[in-house]
Design a protein around this ligand. Structure first.
Ligand SMILES: *Cc1c(COP(=O)(O)O)cnc(C)c1O
Length: 390
């Protein structure tokens, strides 16, 4: 077998200069940790505004709920989508006005609805009769938007099945809303996170159009469409750039709604913060399971429980770089905990230089979203993922 040299497209993820800064910044720090570049988040926000002038941004803060991230986006003028009273409290503590907050979880305790209402939130999602009645009781007069079920096909991290309801059921809910003392305000969907098939927005927007027309025939004029998240970050599997998403989605909207677009909301999470994060990790051990096995196992000091939960089923394929030279060698990558599900990539083989040794560092790119907030509090005693801002 011919041996190829190890290569990695480093500059697709970080400039040489920034990478040197990161190495310098991190060389005396104990791994693993996440480095978050706030300026990159600001740039993501600006880029989104530039390409999607027709949309209002509600940042879905579960992707990266660090106070500093919220504050940067707050100061940029972003709105926010909260899923729980805990996220709501955080936003209020950081001075975000309730008018800038939507309650975007279809699954809510009645007392949590009452709490949000008392704090001034007046925009709620729903997808069931049970929840709609809770809203009627505890958030009278509020604006309600209805989440449509989508299939999430084409998404690397699907959000299907659990959220949303079939358009027929949504239609029935819309008809009931006014009688319950709420305002039927709009529709929403989420096409699945890291959705690489832009056509999925077309399907979902068509369903919205159908419901808009059906509701209007009953004299109910919806005003808003929430296009959810699903916008891309830069992982190993290629996705179109944001500009292409924006252009196509705008075209789908114009085709269905003409020049007089309804109010449009988007709820980006991943695309806002993922590219701004780099995890620095260390190789704990390199070993083989049998003398003649083809693949070595490389164990890192971070795994599924330390913040890389999205490697479940190898859904999200993070770009991982080892700063050594050598021949490319395919390995199996695993995490450090005593749970055998803590394997990162076994089917998809990652290549590293054959010179890679225990104690070497690896840099895991595009890790600003769904990492720190998903790391365990103490599985096997490992602390939650530390993070630094630069
Ligand atoms: C998680 C979530 C988002 C963010 O999705 P991304 O794909 O990360 O952009 C948006 N809206 C809702 C309701 C969510 O639950």
């Amino acid at each position: 077998m011919k041996k190829e040299p190890y290569t990695f497209p480093l500059e697709e993820f970080v400039s040489k200069e920034d990478f040197n800064k990161i190495k310098k910044f991190s060389h005396d720090k104990e791994t693993p940790f996440l480095i978050v570049d706030l300026q990159k988040i600001e740039r993501s926000y600006d880029e989104l505004v530039e390409h999607m002038r027709f949309a209002k941004i509600h940042y879905a803060l579960k992707a990266n709920p660090m106070d500093e991230v919220v504050l940067v986006l707050k100061n940029k003028g972003s709105n926010f989508d909260a899923a729980t009273v805990y996220e709501l409290d955080q936003l209020l503590r950081l001075g975000v006005e309730p008018e800038r907050i939507s309650y975007g979880n279809t699954i809510k305790k009645e007392k949590d609805i009452a709490y949000a209402y008392e704090k001034g939130v007046r925009l709620f999602v729903t997808d069931s009769e049970s929840d709609l009645k809770k809203l009627a009781r505890k958030a009278p007069g509020s604006r309600v938007f209805f989440r449509i079920l989508t299939e999430s096909e084409g998404a690397d991290w699907p959000l299907s099945r659990k959220f949303g309801a079939h358009p027929d059921l949504i239609y029935q809910l819309i008809l009931k809303t006014q009688k319950l003392g709420l305002e039927p305000y709009g529709l929403s969907f989420h096409v699945g996170s890291q959705q690489r098939d832009i056509g999925q927005w077309d399907n979902a927007i068509s369903k919205c159009k159908y419901l808009y027309v059906a509701a209007a025939e009953k004299g109910i004029h919806l005003k808003m469409i929430n296009l959810g998240g699903g916008f891309p970050a830069k992982y190993q599997a290629q996705a179109h750039d944001l500009e292409t998403y924006a252009k196509e989605i705008r075209r789908f909207l114009l085709e269905d709604f003409g020049e007089k677009l309804p109010e449009i909301i988007i709820e980006p999470g991943r695309s806002m913060v993922a590219d701004a994060g780099i995890i620095v990790s260390e190789v704990i051990m390199i070993s083989k399971k049998a003398r003649f096995n083809q693949y070595k196992w490389v164990y890192l000091d971070i795994g599924k429980f330390g913040g890389l939960i999205e490697t479940l089923d190898e859904c999200i394929k993070y770009p991982i770089f080892c700063d050594k030279k050598g021949c490319a060698e395919e390995v199996i990558l695993a995490g450090p905990t005593c749970d055998s599900m803590d394997i990162l990539y076994e089917h998809r083989k990652y290549s590293f230089p054959h010179t890679m040794k225990e104690g070497n560092r690896v840099y895991i790119f595009t890790t600003g979203a769904y990492t720190q907030s998903c790391s365990c509090v103490g599985f096997n005693g490992f602390p939650p993922l530390r993070s630094y801002l630069i």
